[in-house]
Design a protein around this ligand. Structure first.
Ligand code: 13P
Ligand code: SF4
Length: 324
């Protein structure tokens, strides 16, 4: 199956982008592995004809918004996300209508419809940098992840109104069991994704996106880490920091809830079938795409912008907000 996937990939001029939460075998055969930000950036830059997105729906949809002329495939259309589901577009629109003077910074884990109703998209690796560019006197709505929002609010000291969404994987970690692991392994460092609850982040020596966590385990002098994020990243950590030990942070129950079931509906077989049949294919209407593109492009620009460029981008956002 792997041989066939690689052959079809060449034949169709396809590129496989895989999020770090995919199964190890899918990460291994992908052309690009990364966190949400890196994958969006690479999706924008690719010159392939076909993008196979081994990730969840909102990621593949973002790739399509950035590449209207390319075929974008997602191995399983059921690859959803609890955060995206927590913010239906009609309720998000209402949230904006109630706070028209607020600028809406929205985590990329949302539907194209919600992106289209937002001013700036962000990812876990770009949220803090983007929010630091926004003048403090401009009030901000942050959606849909309340944990990431609260974390960035603490880091930047700026007040923000938060949508009440959570990632059902990252909210499962048990503070008590992490504390017991720290007692058992006093030399271990706790590293955590900002989608985790505050009680878990309080134990963390380092907080960051999946890419940042992967970089941290390579740079740190520590030899042992308690990892509070989805277990798929452990594959890359073992490859990039061989000899170091990684202990998955345990969830609040006996099951393996630090696995994202949405991410794991993609399998090698479905990847093979989607290249063979060129479906399921992501489609986005032109009207929706046009409205969703601008806030994504603002994210990509603000992540590397200098101060003058950031001022120019933010000045271009029209407030008070009005539904179009
Ligand atoms: P990052 O890819 O930004 O680390 O986010 C993790 C995640 O939960 C993606 O759905
Ligand atoms: Fe969504 Fe959480 Fe799964 Fe990421 S890990 S796709 S945020 S449910």
């Amino acid at each position: 199956m792997v041989r066939e996937i690689l052959r079809m990939k060449e034949e169709q001029r396809a590129v496989i982008l895989a999020h770090y939460y995919q199964d190890a075998i899918i990460q291994d055969i992908a052309d690009v592995r990364g966190d949400s930000f890196e994958l969006s950036r690479r999706a924008r830059e690719t010159d392939a004809d076909v993008i196979v997105f081994a990730g969840v729906h909102f990621m593949a949809e973002t790739a399509k918004i950035l590449n209207p002329d390319k075929t974008v495939l997602l191995p399983d259309m059921n690859a959803g996300c609890s955060l995206a589901e927590s913010a239906p577009a009609h309720l998000f629109r209402r949230f904006r209508e109630l706070h028209p003077d607020h600028l809406a910074v929205t985590y990329i884990n949302c539907t194209a419809e919600v992106k289209a109703l937002s001013d700036i998209i962000c990812t876990s690796s770009s949220a803090e940098r983007i929010l630091r560019h926004i003048p403090k006197e401009i009030p901000v709505l942050f959606s849909p992840d309340k944990n990431l929002g609260r974390y960035v609010r603490q880091r930047t000291g700026r007040p923000m109104l938060l949508w009440e969404g959570v990632c059902t994987v990252h909210e499962q970690f048990s503070e008590q069991r992490i504390a017991s692991l720290r007692d058992e392994y006093p030399d271990a460092e706790v590293i955590a994704h900002p989608e985790c609850e505050e009680a878990v982040l309080r134990h963390a020596h380092f907080v960051g996106s999946t890419s940042a966590l992967l970089q941290y385990v390579q740079d740190s002098a520590a030899q042992r880490f308690i990892v509070a994020t989805e277990a798929g990243i452990l594959h890359q950590m073992k490859l990039h920091a061989p000899g170091k030990e990684f202990i998955p942070a345990p969830p609040d129950n006996q099951c393996a809830c630090n696995v994202c079931d949405y991410m794991k509906v993609n399998t090698l077989e479905k990847l093979y079938l989607c290249l063979r049949d060129r479906r399921p294919e992501i489609t986005v209407s032109d009207a929706l795409r046009e409205r969703a593109l601008l806030p994504i492009e603002r994210m990509l620009a603000l992540a590397t912008a200098d101060e003058a460029e950031a001022v120019r981008i933010i000045a271009g956002i029209r407030l008070p907000w009005r539904a179009t």
